[in-house]
Every structure is written in C-alpha cells, then in structure tokens.
Ligand binder design. Structure first.
Ligand SMILES: NC(=O)c1ccc[n+]([C@@H]2O[C@H](COP(=O)([O-])OP(=O)(O)OC[C@H]3O[C@@H](n4cnc5c(N)ncnc54)[C@H](OP(=O)(O)O)[C@@H]3O)[C@@H](O)[C@H]2O)c1
Length: 252
C-alpha cells in the first residue's frame, strides 16, 4: 500500500514501539492519528512529527466504543493495533484482575477496534490492518502465560481475518515483533528475573523496527518476522522449544 496521503491510526502511540511506528508512518507521508489512552499531559505525542493525538482507550467495551465515536467521520486507511500490556511471573501469583485487564487491552480491545473500523475500509475499498503480535505468539515461553495467550490469540485472529479478507482490497500485516528496547521490555526482564537469566537477550531499537514495519506496509507483506536468534524460535519444533524452556526456566 502506498502510505503517502493515507490516514493511519496507531494505538498506544505515546511511547515505545507505537510512538516509533507513528513517527515512521508520518515520515512516509501518512496523516497520523496517534491513539493514546487519555488526552492529558502524561500522553503527549511529539507535535513536531505531525502526529495528532486522539483518545483510544482499549480498557473496556464501552471505552473502545466511545473512543471510536469520538473519531467522528474520520476515515482510517491504516489501523495499527499496537497497544498492549505485559504481566509476568507464575500464573498462580498473577492478580486475577490483571488477567482480565491484559486480555481486554491486548486481545479483545484490538479485535473490537478492528470490528468497528473494518466496515469503513471495506466500503471505501481501501485499508490495511497491522497487528502487533509477538514472537511469543509463535513460541510461547513460560512465565508469561496470559501475555502468551493474548499474543497467540492475536496471531490466530490475524491469520483467520487475513484469509477472510482475501477477496477484498483490505489487507493485513502481522508483526512478529522481537525483543524491542522499551518500557515493556524492562518490565519483562524485571518480572522474569527470578525465573530466567535474561542478560543475553537481544533488543532492537524501536525506530529500527518501526522502519521495517513501514517497509512491510509499503510492500504489502503479510508477516514481518524478527531476525537473528528470535527468527529461529519461530521455526523450532515443539520438542526443541520444550527443551529450551526446560533448560532456561526455573520455577524458583
Ligand atoms: N517491547 C517488546 O519487546 C515487544 C515484543 C513483542 C511485542 N511487543 C508488543 O508491542 C506493543 C507495544 O509494546 P511496547 O514495548 O512499545 O510497550 P510499552 O512501551 O509498554 O507501551 C505500551 C503502549 O500501550 C498502551 N496501552 C496499554 N494499555 C492500554 C489500554 N488499555 N488502552 C490504550 N492504550 C493502552 C500504553 O499506554 P499508557 O502509556 O497509557 O500505559 C502504551 O502507549 C505491545 O502490543 C507489545 O505486546 C513488544
């Protein structure tokens, strides 16, 4: 899809990968709506990059609906479902309310948002949905069960919807995002620390990953894969993933 002149909505655009993707899309000529959970000082977006902040709160069914209503008649050509949350540690120690919150913001919310914006794309015969899944959606490692459930869910949603849209002009790109240097990665390392030695983990810069995302949108790829060792994680058979987890993970 030629990005120049399109309108792109990126969720979770105030920081991390979302902000980098929003800036990269603006650099490629898109009018970018930077979706933020609340329109306040804590969620400011860099105005110099030409981003326009809009409220996209994925916390509940009602907040997704009111966020889309607030967009009015804005026509979104590219929807980047980026926002998400992480929770780590053993399942039996995870607060139950966090489980519901995470699945809402990271799986149900993006599905609902897509459900609301897709009809306009189909009507205008133009659109792209970009889902920020994760390598964990293909190689679910222990210590992140609920997050893995959300991301394998987003992967299944992406595959199913991509096939469903095959005979339409609307296309879908799944991001199989590797470790990226953001607040979330810091949280992942802190929460997995008691169970896994994360010292050797590779992280890529958000801006480098965002540029790859823009290139993948431009060239209409269906999937953007990580490189290096994380690429292998996607290809390994279950038995080898089991062995790797067995060696690396300690219930402590
Ligand atoms: N970093 C990695 O290594 C990595 C790897 C694979 C996949 N990913 C995925 O990439 C995406 C971005 O991750 P990141 O590393 O950039 O994370 P991040 O720095 O923690 O940023 C997360 C973003 O999501 C927003 N968000 C969270 N809950 C929300 C809600 N209920 N409604 C609206 N916005 C909400 C946050 O808004 P607030 O500022 O208001 O909290 C923030 O803007 C996530 O889906 C993540 O799972 C990341």
């Amino acid at each position: 899809m030629d990005i120049e002149g399109t309108t792109a909505l990126v969720t979770g655009a105030n920081r991390g990968i979302g902000r980098a993707i929003a800036q990269a899309l603006a650099g490629a000529g898109a009018h970018v709506l930077a979706g933020v959970r609340a329109l306040d000082n804590d969620h400011a977006v860099p105005a110099a990059s030409g981003l326009r902040a809009v409220r996209i709160d994925l916390s509940s069914q009602a907040s997704v609906e009111s966020s889309v209503l607030e967009l009015g008649d804005t026509q979104v050509d590219i929807l980047v479902n980026n926002a998400g949350e992480f929770e780590g540690g053993l399942l039996e120690r995870q607060p139950v309310e966090r489980i519901y919150q995470l699945l809402q913001s990271t799986l149900t919310g993006p599905i609902h948002l897509t459900r609301l914006l897709l009809p306009g794309m189909l009507e205008r015969q133009r659109g792209k949905i970009v889902n920020n899944a994760s390598i964990i959606g293909h190689a679910p490692f222990p210590g992140a069960t609920v997050y893995a459930a959300a991301k394998t869910g987003l992967h299944g949603f992406s595959e199913s919807l991509r096939r469903e849209l095959e005979e339409t002009p609307v296309t879908l790109l799944e991001l199989i995002t590797p470790g990226v240097d953001t607040d979330m990665m810091q949280q992942v390392q802190e929460q997995l620390e008691p169970h896994v030695n994360t010292d050797g983990w590779d992280h890529v810069d958000p801006e480098d990953w965002a540029q790859k995302v823009v290139d993948a949108v431009n060239s209409d790829r269906e999937e953007l894969n990580p490189g290096g060792a994380e690429r292998l994680a996607k290809l390994l058979p279950k038995a080898l993933l089991d062995l790797g987890s067995h060696r690396a993970f300690d219930r402590a």
